[in-house]
Design a protein around this ligand. Sequence first.
Ligand code: NAD
Ligand code: MG
Length: 328
Amino acid sequence: MQMYSEADVDTTVLADRKIAILGYGSQGRAHALNLKDSGFDVVVGLRSTGASWAKASADGQVVQEPNQAVQDAAVVMFLTPDMVQKSVYQTVVDDIPKGALLLFAHGFAIHYGQVEPRADLDVALIAPKGPGGLVRRQYEEGHGVPCLVAVNQDATGNALKTALAYSAGIGGARAGVIETTFAEETETDLFGEQAVLCGGATELIVAGFETLVEAGYQPEVAYYEVMHELKLIVDLLHEGGLKKMHKFISDTAAWGDMVSGPRVVDDKSRAAMKTILSEIQDGTFARNWIAENENGMPEFKRMMKADLDHPIEKVGADLRGRMDWLQE
Ligand code: NAD
Ligand code: MG
C-alpha cells in the first residue's frame, strides 16, 4: 500500500495557477472553500440558471459559466452529479487548456467510458472518504478526511504531483492519501454503498422493524431498537473496530451477535454480494443506471417514494421531533 502524507506533497506546483471547481453541491462547496482557505486561486463553474450560483456567490466565490471557468485553469475538478459528467465535459472540452489536469472525486465517468478525455490532458481522481460537510468541518478544525488518489492518464508526467497538491489543499493529506486505480476506487465504492453502507444497512433496518411490528410490538419501540440505536454501535465500530464495540456492549449482546448475526447474513447473502460485485465489474450496473437516467428515472422515483412512504419514516419523524438535540 502506498500512502502519501503532507510531507510528501509539493503544493508549489499549484501556486498562482487556477483551479476550476465544476459544481457546488456536497463536495464542490467543501473543496472550493478549503482550497480558497489554503491560499489557492479558485473559480467555481456553474450554470447561471442553476440554484447553486447564488450560494457560491454568497460564500464569496468567483463564479462563472463552466466553459468560462475552465479557461486558463491548471486543474478542472468535476463535482457535478456522476450522471451529468459526460454532458458537462462536452460543454467545457474545447475551453480546457492543453496539459491541464482533469480531476474527479469518483471514477464512474472515466471507468465506464462516459468521459473520454483529450489525449493531451492529465486525468486523476482525488476521492475523499467522507461526505462534503465532513470534508469542510474537519478542515476547519485543522484535520482532514482521508482521500484516495489515482492517475488514469499522465500526459504531462505531473498528474500525480498535481493531484496530491490538490488533496493537500482540501485537507486530505493531513489524514493520508492512499494510491489506488480508477477501477478499484469505482468498483469498491459502488459495492460498498450498495451491499453494505446504504442498500445493505437500510434493508437490514427496515426488515428488522417490519419483523418486530408484524409480531405485535409497538412501532416506536421497534424504531428505537433498530434505527435510533444503530448510531451508538456504528460510532463504536468507527472509533475502535469490532474490539471497541465488544468492550462496550453486554456479554448477552455479544453472544447474541455471534450466534445470530451469521444466520441473518448467511451464504445466500454472501452469494448475493458476489453477484452484485460481478454486475459492477462487468458494467451491468453502470449500463442500467445510465439507461434509467436517460429514461427520466421512473424506477428511481418509484422506489424512492416507496422508501420515503414506509411506516418507519412516519414513526421516526415523530420521535426525532421530540429529541431536540437532533434538531439543527
Ligand atoms: P451534488 O448533487 O451535491 O452537487 C452537484 C452540483 O452540480 C450542484 O451544485 C449542481 O447545481 C451542479 N450541477 C448539476 N448539473 C450541472 C450542470 N449540468 N452543469 C454545472 N453544474 C451542474 O453532488 P456531490 O454529491 O457533491 O457529488 C459530486 C461528485 O463527488 C460525484 O462524482 C460523486 O460521486 C462524488 N463524491 C460524492 C461524495 C458525497 O458524499 N456526496 C463523496 C465522495 C465523492
Ligand atoms: Mg433501501
